[in-house]
Write a protein that binds this ligand. Structure first.
Ligand code: HEC
Length: 169
């Protein structure tokens, strides 16, 4: 009887060690956005709605056109964490509209794991189609990545590094 008890205690201990080891080895899962992650972004929290020229923008995002409206939405209303960064999976979408509300462009940024775009805090950049799906370029490739627009997204947004690259919130 005592022998069995010892055995089961040993098994219990062994499985405990196994479980805690596998926990230690788990790196947090990366966030690799798909079309469905952007669905219904117009129902997310509206962080800002801007019109008129913005010196930080220059000509980017039609920032020099006074008639254009820029709407910025954030998914699940997340905030900057105490570590100074947005949580993994954060998505911010920016829609640029004409006076008649037709869409000029939709851009987005999603927070990935540190191993992705490590020199720019893990942000992935996107250009979305009007229906909110990930846009395609002339070759049919997804318009997304760390170096979208030859690194211009990362480069300009790095001037907002104190707010983890998000200007508007
Ligand atoms: C020349 C600077 C510049 C470049 C280049 C640029 N952005 Fe922005 N972006 C801004 C500024 C400034 C804002 C703040 C909102 C506003 O005033 O329109 C902004 C806002 C955004 C937002 C809303 C979140 C926020 O930071 O406020 C997203 C998403 C975004 N940009 C995506 C992109 C993507 C994707 C690219 C590349 C295809 C890009 N941006 C290129 C300057 C830039």
């Amino acid at each position: 009887m005592y022998k069995y008890l010892k055995l089961s205690v040993a098994i219990l201990f062994a499985s405990f060690v196994l479980i805690s080891c596998s926990d230690d080895n788990d790196s947090p899962a990366d966030f690799n956005a798909t079309d469905s992650d952007f669905q219904n972004f117009r129902t997310w929290t509206l962080v800002a709605e801007k019109m008129g020229p913005d010196p930080a923008l220059g000509a980017a995002h039609e920032g020099n056109d006074e008639t254009v409206t820029r709407k910025i939405y954030i998914k699940q209303d997340v905030s900057l964490g105490t570590n100074g960064e947005y949580p993994l999976g954060t998505i911010v979408v920016k829609e640029t509209l004409k006076e008649d509300n037709s869409v000029i462009a939709i851009t987005a940024m999603a927070k990935r794991d540190k191993s992705f775009n490590s020199s720019h805090k893990g942000w992935e950049w996107f250009i979305l189609a009007e229906n909110g799906a990930i846009g395609k370029d002339a070759n049919g490739d997804d318009m997304r990545g760390a170096n979208l627009m030859d690194g211009m997204c990362s480069g300009c947004h790095s001037t907002a590094s104190a707010k983890d690259y998000v200007f508007s919130k």
